[in-house]
Design a protein around this ligand. Structure first.
Ligand SMILES: NC(=O)c1ccc[n+]([C@@H]2O[C@H](COP(=O)([O-])OP(=O)(O)OC[C@H]3O[C@@H](n4cnc5c(N)ncnc54)[C@H](OP(=O)(O)O)[C@@H]3O)[C@@H](O)[C@H]2O)c1
Length: 282
């Protein structure tokens, strides 16, 4: 069996990747206390002892607010830690997938689906860290495959102490009397995490570089949920428009899937996947 090292294995994405790939690969999934990715020496020692064939690097500070509050801490993890993983992968020629984010496009003046070769100037610290990590990782390891992920959700019950997400919050609000309010000035892809993980396994042969890696979506979040509800016969009267969020500077961080599609990897659109998942729940 080939060896697969997964960082961030106690997190939302990494934990699911461990469960998904468990049968197919010999999995190594150190927790944060077993491997601190900011400690370069420990990273190299671990790589030397495991000699992984494949690496999925999902460890990060993924909370945008936390990055704003503690940028020194998050920079060390999101930039320096990622570079350590990319460099160790280069030394052992491990094939390495690194998780970046659609937030690198936040702040762009282009108000349509973004392409990977666009020059970006991210508006928030998290996006700036992801952009810098992309640059430093590619410098340390030109073969590494950088995946710009969009906002992800699952439909299964929450695991342990994990925070809720777009879909599960929607379901619980629909079942209670809570308002379902969604922004009209925000357009972004929203992607089923299980589709992301299935597509990871098709990504090992990609050339080193950056790829948009999530569901395409050309509707704002309110319109997306409205279309989902209409298709599923749910009560659209429960939906409210959030007209405040991003009103002063409308955001479009949706991603163009062409480069990935040209490499044979295709995601369902956000709406297709939401309807498919909704049919199983409602
Ligand atoms: N979730 C999304 O919707 C989304 C969207 C776009 C991109 N992404 C990106 O996708 C990746 C995975 O996101 P996620 O949602 O799974 O994140 P998550 O749930 O916050 O998990 C992050 C993981 O990283 C670990 N970690 C943090 N600092 C570490 C360190 N210094 N050394 C080793 N491990 C460390 C955490 O362990 P502890 O909790 O024990 O510290 C946790 O297991 C991240 O790169 C994120 O930026 C996520």
């Amino acid at each position: 069996m080939k060896k697969l090292l997964i960082t961030g294995a106690t997190g939302f994405l990494g934990g699911r990747a461990v469960r998904f790939f468990n049968e197919k690969y010999d999995i190594y999934a150190p927790s944060h206390s077993e491997l601190d990715i900011t400690d370069e020496k420990s990273v190299f020692t671990l790589f030397d002892s495991i000699k992984p064939d494949f690496v999925i690097h999902s460890a990060a500070i993924s909370d945008v607010g936390m990055c704003e509050k503690e940028p020194e801490v998050s920079w060390k993890i999101n930039v320096d830690g990622s570079r350590n993983i990319a460099a160790a992968s280069a030394r052992l020629r491990s094939k390495c997938l690194l998780c970046s984010s659609d937030q690198v496009y936040f702040g762009s003046s282009i108000k349509e689906a973004h392409k990977e070769d666009e020059t970006v100037h991210p508006a928030n610290i998290y996006g700036q860290e992801k952009k810098r990590a992309e640059e430093e990782c590619l410098e340390a390891n030109p073969s590494c495959i950088i995946l710009r992920l969009s906002w992800m959700y699952d439909t299964a019950a929450l695991h342990g102490k994990e925070h809720s997400d777009f879909f599960r919050t929607l379901v619980s609000r629909l079942r209670s009397s809570d308002a379902l309010s969604y922004p009209i000035y925000d357009i972004r892809g929203i992607t089923d995490v299980n589709e992301v993980i299935r597509n990871f396994d098709k990504s090992w042969e990609l050339n080193g570089g950056i790829y948009n890696f999530g569901s395409p979506n050309d509707k704002n979040t309110y319109k997306t949920v409205y279309a989902m509800f209409s298709n599923l016969g749910l009560d659209t009267g429960k939906l409210e428009k959030n007209e405040e969020a991003f009103a002063t500077n409308p955001r479009n961080i949706s991603m163009c899937p062409k480069k990935l599609n040209d490499n044979g990897i295709v995601f369902s659109s956000t709406l297709e996947a939401l309807i498919r998942n909704g049919e199983n729940i409602f």
